[in-house]
Design a protein around this ligand. Sequence first.
Ligand code: NDP
Ligand code: OXD
Length: 310
Amino acid sequence: MPNILFAARSERWDDYEAPLRTALDAAGLTYTLAPEMPPETVDYIVYAPNSDVQDFTPYSRLKAVLNLWAGVEGIAGNPTLTVPLTRMVDDAGLTQGMVEWVTGHVLRHHLGMDRHIVNPGHVWDPSEPPVAPQRPVTILGLGALGQACARALLALGFPVSGWSRTPKDVAGVRCLSGKDGLRDALSGAQVVVLLLPDTPATRNVLNAETLALTARGAFVINPGRGALIDDDALIAALDSGQIAHATLDVFRTEPLPQDHPFWVHPGVTVTPHIAATTRPDGAARAVAENIRRGEAGEPLLNLVDRAAGY
Ligand code: NDP
Ligand code: OXD
C-alpha cells in the first residue's frame, strides 16, 4: 500500500485532493495520500516548483517523484534525488491549452489584428495579410507540446519547421536538429515559437546572432522558459525592427518585476505564465497511472532524462 505525499507548493492541496483520490481509486490502488507525512514512510512524492521538499535524503524508501509541471528545471539537477523523476504530459489539459495559446497568438500576429483592435485614430486600413502558406513558422522544441502546436499550425496552412536535440520525423514538418539545424530552422522564419525546456544547452538560444537569422519583422512567441531568450538582445532586435513583436509568457524572474522594460515596451505582450496550466483532473490521472505502473513493476511514463535536464 503506497504512501503518497502531496508536496506541491505551487498547486493547492484543496484543488488536487479529490481528483487524486478519484484517479487513484480508478487505478485500483489502495494508498495513503496526505500533504504531510514522515519522510521515511513516503513511497511517492507528487511534486511541483517551489516545493518545501528540496532535500530528498530523508526519504529513504522513495520510489519516484511525479512532477505536476512539464518543466523540471528546478528539480532535474537536484543531487539528493536518486530515484526516477517524471514530468507532466496531459494531452487534454496542458497540451490542449498550449495549442490554443500558441495558435491564438500566431494568428493574432499573422492577421495583424492589433491594428484593428487598437485603432485610436479610427484609420480605415483594408490592407490584407499574406495567407498562412506564405508565413513560415519555426518551432524550437519538438516534444509533446511543440509537436502538438506544429500539427495545429500545419492544419491552418502554415509551413512549419521544427528544431530538436535529436533528429525527429513529424509528418509535414521540416525537422532539423543540431547547431546547423538551428541556423536552418531560424533562417527566414517569420514566426518563432519557443517550446524548449530550460537547460544549460538551451539558455539564450535566441540571442543577437540567432535573432538576426529570422526574416526582418518576425514575431517571437515564447511560452517555453524565460532563460531561452537573451532579454537585452530581444529588446535591441525590437528597437531595430528586426523583430516586430514578442509575445512572452515566461520570464527569468516571475512574476516579471514591475521595473522590467518588457512591461512598457510597445513591441512586447506580457502574459503571466498562463500559456498552459496543469489542470487537476488530467494531471491526477497521469500521476495515478504512473503510481499504478510503479507498483506493478512496469516502466514509468514521461521519465526525465536527468543528464539532459528535461
Ligand atoms: P518535451 O520534453 O516533450 O520536449 C522538449 C523538446 O525540446 C524536445 O523536442 C527536445 O528535443 C527539445 N530540446 C531539448 N533540449 C534541446 C537542445 N539542447 N537543442 C534542441 N532541442 C532541444 O517538453 P514539452 O514539449 O512537454 O514542454 C516544453 C517546455 O514547455 C517545458 O519544458 C516547459 O519549460 C514549457 N512549458 C510552459 C508552459 C507554460 O504555461 N508557459 C506549460 C508547460 C510547459 P528531443 O525531442 O530531441 O528530446
Ligand atoms: C509547466 C509550466 O512547466 O506550467 O508545466 O510552465
